[in-house]
Design a protein around this ligand. Structure first.
Ligand code: BGC
Length: 852
């Protein structure tokens, strides 16, 4: 960072604007790189840095990341239904942000799980707008209470990935207001995020980053937003329209649109007025000043990135991950696993020894440590338990990464990256820069060493050792071009001829594979040669190369590999183990490569032969427990065959300990589903309008999203919204309305822990609106409360609150919110289907309003 005095902190913003030259103003509205704002040293204006969330803080390099704590994904957080806990998550992430020398976290994501197949469903809280908004508010409040700015995203309608930069989310104004804008509106009402990030796509045919309706009319005028609006990365599509509409900052840099030439051109043509330019500049400066004032030690610090790791931090991450786990099914109380019933436990499944901690895309990060499920169970098991393991089947999309088997030529863990420029005659220069990487996913989008020529080469070298003599399958995926040599022999050519795949947000190839024979403990030399350049078109090339027509935004490569196994034999081994064990814990699901930003999942099915394997395990062992790692719903054709099912989501680096704590009853599960698990693809509310058609995504389900659709059309879900079991039981005792002043209502609910262990319970209040000739969902979540650690036999009291929003809908005729006078039914329960109490209230007055 440039060292400068702190005079900017107390500078008068109007004064500064008057001193800025036009060129400097333009520079402030874009960025010099992927993560920083533009500094203006002449006026002592510092640069501030942002970093990606939401489930941790990656820092400013995909290439050589500084490890961070990985927290559970948003669906896991929402499953806690615990506002105070999510506020603590925000506080925790603020500290993580600051040690990455950043003062802005690009989070939370509060788009809606219109479909569980959405690539970023794991990153968003819920299908329910109220739950999403409350969770987002708590997260933002926690973060901003520590001076770190949220950049709540993606405003609005980025609910699927298919054609995400182009698609128009076609929906009614009611759906827009009541479902998709609602979480953002609640967050603005309850937490006032200091930054909003626009989404890639369009609403009403206009890209969100250039929509005056969204950015000026709704966000600023109606909701009173005072912060900055930043584009999603490469989500700015013009010069004057976005600036006029209210987009303050184009990200990332270097700019594509806000060059002096283009902006001056717009000023001269009077498509852009100097006063609008100044308004955007004032916003940015006020924002940078606020962040510098709140965090001088970061903004004027050394710019370095650091990792925190203490026992308290580990304890927090572990407890948090545990709280999100949802016990979906527990036949014959198969769980918790207790010493009097289980002596031999079989652990099976593709994810048991894997490091599945988050979904993929910009939310993924390099964790400072990972406790795998296998390690957590080994560590957490009671002493007498005998544990055996069989993989059962693979379920990876790309072969597992290889860093744990690699050493650099000088013996350090990982492999060595050496960059070379290209000389005029196409030869390689002497090495320009070298880095040791402990990851075989090499992302080059936000980092390239200085001094390279336009076309350059990267050589990745390492020594690979495995501990078994096996046929070993290797896979090379690339955005750019690459070849793999093993012991000097060309093994994979993903250079000469390429097949497009969905690697790297759809800008790379498929995984090209080859099998080599490896001997136990005999090291082989690995060399991957990569180039960002493309050879001149070959007249024999039938166009089967990954398109380079567009300047590619993503550059990188990925090397994977694992033992080539015989699928039938692997299943047979696992079944044999299950047969001779007292219980089986299967750990599987998805991975960041199946569920990721950049593409949507094609189906609800578990990948690979997992479903078949689970059925076979259950057939030989009645105590089969399935733990699913996935950020949203998957189908479970084997549901009735197995005894126990845990939805563990992606629970961050403490995943193994969290699973073990629940399996062995050290923690009593208390998560509740924040989204409906459908039985079949066809039952999803958005089906069949899941993808963009001719540039439009038709939100034909309108306001009936998730459980509202299932209830309206009487479609039985696999597991309903709000569902989750416990190792104890709660009985509803009483509900009293303790206060009613118009729409402001407070209820007190008594419930008793009628089981034998302490536990927590979530009370959910759903409102049914009167029939006044307007269609409403049968039930809508409008309040919830959690009682914590209630001892066996004890009575607890939960308070539920309602206000005018609890009875409101968007009046499309008048373009305002409305509450109809009439009788409303309040359904209180333990899920949307398990309603334990109903009470009617009457609202005597009709209300309407705009704004918050
Ligand atoms: C994502 C954003 C993210 C940004 C920066 C984009 O691809 O949509 O959520 O914050 O990249 O990584």
């Amino acid at each position: 960072m440039i060292s400068m005095s702190r005079s900017f902190i107390v500078a008068n913003i109007n004064d500064l604007v008057s001193k800025l030259q036009t060129e400097e103003k333009i520079a402030l509205l874009s960025a010099p790189n992927w993560w920083n704002t533009t500094p203006i040293p002449r006026l002592e204006i510092p640069s501030i840095r942002c970093s990606d969330g939401p489930n941790g803080v990656r820092g400013s390099s995909h290439f050589a990341s500084t490890p961070a704590q990985c927290l559970p994904c948003a669906t896991s957080l929402a499953s806690t239904f615990d506002v105070n806990l999510i506020r603590k998550v925000g506080e925790f992430l603020a500290a993580e942000t600051k040690i990455k020398s950043s003062v802005i976290l690009l989070a939370p994501t509060c788009n809606i799980q219109r479909s569980p197949l959405g690539g970023r469903a794991f990153e968003s809280f819920s299908e329910d707008p109220y739950l999403s908004g409350i969770m987002a508010s708590a997260y933002v409040n926690g973060l901003q209470s520590q001076g770190v700015s949220a950049a709540i995203k993606h405003f609005v309608g980025n609910d699927q990935e298919h054609e995400r930069t182009a698609a128009d989310s076609v929906m009614s104004d009611r759906a827009l207001r009541e479902v998709y804008l609602y979480p953002f509106m609640l967050a603005q009402k309850l937490a006032k995020p200091w930054a909003f990030m626009t989404s890639y796509g369009r609403i009403h045919g206009v890209h969100c980053s250039e929509s005056p309706e969204l950015l000026q009319d709704i966000l600023r005028d109606e909701w009173g937003f005072k912060g900055i609006v930043v584009s999603d990365w490469y989500g700015t599509y013009g010069v004057d329209q976005p600036i006029n509409a209210g987009l303050d900052l184009e990200m990332p840099g270097p700019t594509r649109w806000r060059t002096p030439t283009l902006v001056n051109h717009m000023l001269t043509a009077q498509k852009l007025s100097p006063s609008t330019l100044d308004e955007r500049v004032r916003n940015i400066l006020a924002y940078i000043q606020q962040q510098a004032r709140l965090n001088p030690e970061v903004v004027y610090g050394d710019g370095k990135e650091r990792t925190r790791d203490t026992p308290e931090i580990r304890k927090f991450c572990r407890a948090l991950a545990t709280q999100g786990v949802v016990l979906l099914q527990n036949r014959n109380m198969v769980l918790p696993l207790l010493p009097n019933r289980v002596h031999k436990l079989a652990i099976v499944g593709p994810n048991a020894k894997g490091s599945v901690i988050s979904g993929g895309g910009s939310a993924a990060l390099k964790a400072s440590y990972i406790v795998t499920p296998y390690e957590g169970i080994q560590e957490g098991a009671f002493e007498e338990l005998q544990i055996s393991y069989a993989i059962g089947c693979y379920a990876h999309k790309y072969l597992p990464t290889l860093e744990n088997h690699l050493k650099t030529p000088t013996g350090e863990p990982g492999w060595l990256a050496t960059f070379y420029s290209h000389t005029k005659d196409g030869k390689l220069s002497p090495p320009i820069a070298k880095f040791v990487l402990n990851d075989t996913r090499v992302k080059l989008n936000d980092f390239i060493p200085e001094g390279l020529t336009e076309d350059w080469t990267l050589k990745m070298t390492g020594q690979l050792t495995v501990d078994k003599t096996v046929p070993f399958e290797l896979g090379l995926t690339v955005a750019g071009r690459a070849k793999l040599w093993i012991d000097g022999e060309l093994t994979i050519d993903n250079w000469t001829k390429q097949t497009p795949g969905d690697f790297f947000y759809g800008q790379g190839t498929i995984e090209e594979k080859a099998i080599v024979e490896l001997e136990a403990n005999k090291t082989v030399n690995v060399l991957v040669e990569y180039t960002n350049s493309y050879p001149p078109p070959d007249k024999n090339d039938k166009g089967n190369t990954v398109s380079n027509a567009q300047p590619a935004l993503m550059r990188g490569l990925r090397l994977g590999g694992c033992e080539k196994i015989n699928a039938d034999a692997a299943i047979a081994d696992a079944v044999e183990l299950a047969e001779t064990s007292d219980a089986v814990v299967f750990i599987g699901g998805l991975t960041p490569e199946w569920e990721s930003e950049g593409f949507d999942r094609p189906s609800l099915e578990l990948p690979g032969m997992q479903a078949e394997l689970i059925t076979k395990l259950a057939a030989v062992n009645p105590n089969t427990i399935v733990c699913i790692q996935a950020g949203s719903a998957i189908s479970m054709p084997w549901k009735d065959d197995v005894a126990g099912i845990l939805q563990t989501w992606y629970s961050g680096n403490e995943v193994g300990n969290a699973i073990a704590d629940v399996l062995f009853g050290k923690a009593n599960p208390c998560g509740r589903l924040p989204l409906t698990f459908p039985k079949r693809l066809e039952d999803i509310a958005a089906y069949p309008n899941l993808l963009s058609e001719h540039g439009k995504i038709h939100y034909r389900e309108d306001i009936m999203v998730g459980y509202k659709h299932h209830m309206k059309h009487k479609i039985e879900p696999l597991f309903c919204f709000g569902h989750g079991l416990s190792y104890t039981t709660f009985k509803f005792l009483d509900c009293v309305i303790i206060r009613q002043a118009g729409t402001d209502i407070e209820l007190s609910i008594q419930l008793q822990n009628t089981g034998s262990v302490a536990g927590s319970e979530v009370l959910q209040l759903y409102v049914a609106y009167p029939d006044k000739g307007i269609t409403h969902p049968p039930l809508q979540l409008k309040s919830f409360a959690k009682v914590h650690d209630v001892a066996a036999g004890e009575i607890a009291i939960a308070k539920l609150e309602l206000d005018k929003w609890s009875f409101s809908y968007w009046d499309e005729e008048k373009n305002q919110w409305k509450v109809d006078a009439g009788h409303y039914a309040l359904h209180i329960g333990f899920s949307c289907e398990d309603i334990v109490c109903q009470s009617m209230i009457e609202l005597e007055t009709t209300l309407s309003w705009t704004g918050l």
